[in-house]
Design a protein around this ligand. Structure first.
Ligand SMILES: [Zn+2]
Ligand SMILES: [Zn+2]
Length: 164
């Protein structure tokens, strides 16, 4: 079973869906919208393009939330500050060290996921993730520039006649 976290193009909410390899039907859990043309995206167990936006550019990354990593560091820092102010420098250092270690261990323990450069849909449960490329800053930059141009084009569309 393939689990996908994506932003629905219809209701624009972030949602999660499970897709079976047989049907490959991706349905939004919030508005029931079925994303078009997902058939054939999975070939011999390999995802050839993103099920949400159709982009063939996908990369593998750690299934580690940056926000969680930062939260652990912040909490560790707060606890160590409390020790510091209570004249327990050793406990203070130990807490800092332990939190950094915990972050590192978590990073190595978590699995990998596949992410789309263009729409940032995340795919979990795919076999053999080694066959996809790692993150490339170049490709990321390409998609970022494209998104900016797209937004600027939308903004420069002249207002409808008759509207204030
Ligand atoms: Zn939706
Ligand atoms: Zn995509």
């Amino acid at each position: 079973m393939l689990n996908i976290a994506f932003a629905c193009p219809k209701c624009e909410q972030t949602t999660q869906a499970t897709v079976s390899p047989e049907t490959m039907e991706l349905r939004c859990a919030r508005c029931d919208y079925v994303l078009p043309s997902t058939t054939g995206a999975l070939q011999e167990g390999k995802l050839t393009r993103c099920l949400c936006c159709g982009s063939p550019e996908l990369f593998v990354r750690k299934d580690f939330s940056q926000r969680l990593g930062v939260a652990i560091i912040v909490v560790g820092f707060l606890i160590s500050t409390i020790f510091w102010w209570n004249y327990m420098p050793l406990a203070s250092y130990a807490t800092l060290f332990a939190t950094a270690l915990l972050d590192l261990v978590l990073y190595f323990l978590v699995g990998n996921l596949l992410e789309c450069y263009r729409c940032h849909a995340q795919y979990r449960g795919l076999p053999e993730l080694e066959q996809y490329g790692p993150f490339s800053l170049e490709v990321h930059e390409k998609h970022r520039q494209q998104a900016i141009r797209l937004r600027e084009a939308e903004r420069s569309v002249p207002a409808k006649p008759g509207s204030p």
